[in-house]
Design a protein around this ligand. Sequence first.
Ligand SMILES: C[S@@+](CC[C@H](N)C(=O)[O-])C[C@H]1O[C@@H](n2cnc3c(N)ncnc32)[C@H](O)[C@@H]1O
Length: 273
Amino acid sequence: MKQTIKTLILEFVAGNGSSHIQEIHLQVAEIHPGVPQHTVRARLSEMSGNENLEEKLQALGEGFYGLYSENKDLNSVVSYPDRGPWGESRYRGNCSGYLVKDLILRFKCQSVFDPAQGGGTVKDVVSGINKFRRNNIHYEGRDLKEGWDIITGLMPEKQFDMVWFHPPYWDIIRYSDNPYDLSNCMTLDEFELKLNRSAEKLSDVLRPGGILAVLLGDKRKNGNYYPLMRTLLTNPNIGRLKAIIIKVQHNCMSDRKFYSSNNPFLIPIKHEY
Ligand SMILES: C[S@@+](CC[C@H](N)C(=O)[O-])C[C@H]1O[C@@H](n2cnc3c(N)ncnc32)[C@H](O)[C@@H]1O
């Protein structure tokens, strides 16, 4: 079918009577016979109610393209209750694409490498930015499930503006039976050794001044608490620490776990770094 673009013009009236116009461009994927051409089923439910209305309007930006606008208010605590439309939402341990998008835009990255791409969140963020912001960011992604091991595999020859590294959180989720899988490390020492080695190898594919962004959470096992990020903070071979962002976790499997009230230390972990 020939692609049709329709423009929806909406006037938003705020509580104080001021109003503004926004255009939303709709790409019509399918036309159903019998449905009048002016019928549009739009999800405007987010707009209902007055709570945070102004914030929601801001988030829409220039209509549909607002998804790819930069969050200029990025600070050290972020929370994305919905993970966005990127990657495979069913891939275990996948991440939200919003922070990736905000970092790419903030640092004006023209090339991104994801060495543990899993369900392809970062790949989709980059292709969305390229499409809707008319950019030409270069993306490369790898993963052990595609036969490439971060420790023994050859690194790309290119130098990147940003590497997004989202490793397994030790063995919280076992990704495979492959002995090279970081989620199969038998001890914390082995995991920390491989995590450090991975980060060091990744630093080498950054252009001078490039950014290594690591997303990692903490873990509890048999009553012990493991702050998995700690070892990276003291590694002198991966450049200088520039920022720590606390990301609130949503919809984790551990949300469904029952924490015994007999142990007051079992404070549910709801954040990652
Ligand atoms: C937390 S997931 C990444 C999820 C991804 N960010 C997403 O949004 O879908 C961690 C990934 O690391 C991969 N992995 C584990 N060990 C690896 C290794 N030695 N080399 C490369 N990738 C590895 C796993 O296969 C898994 O896909």
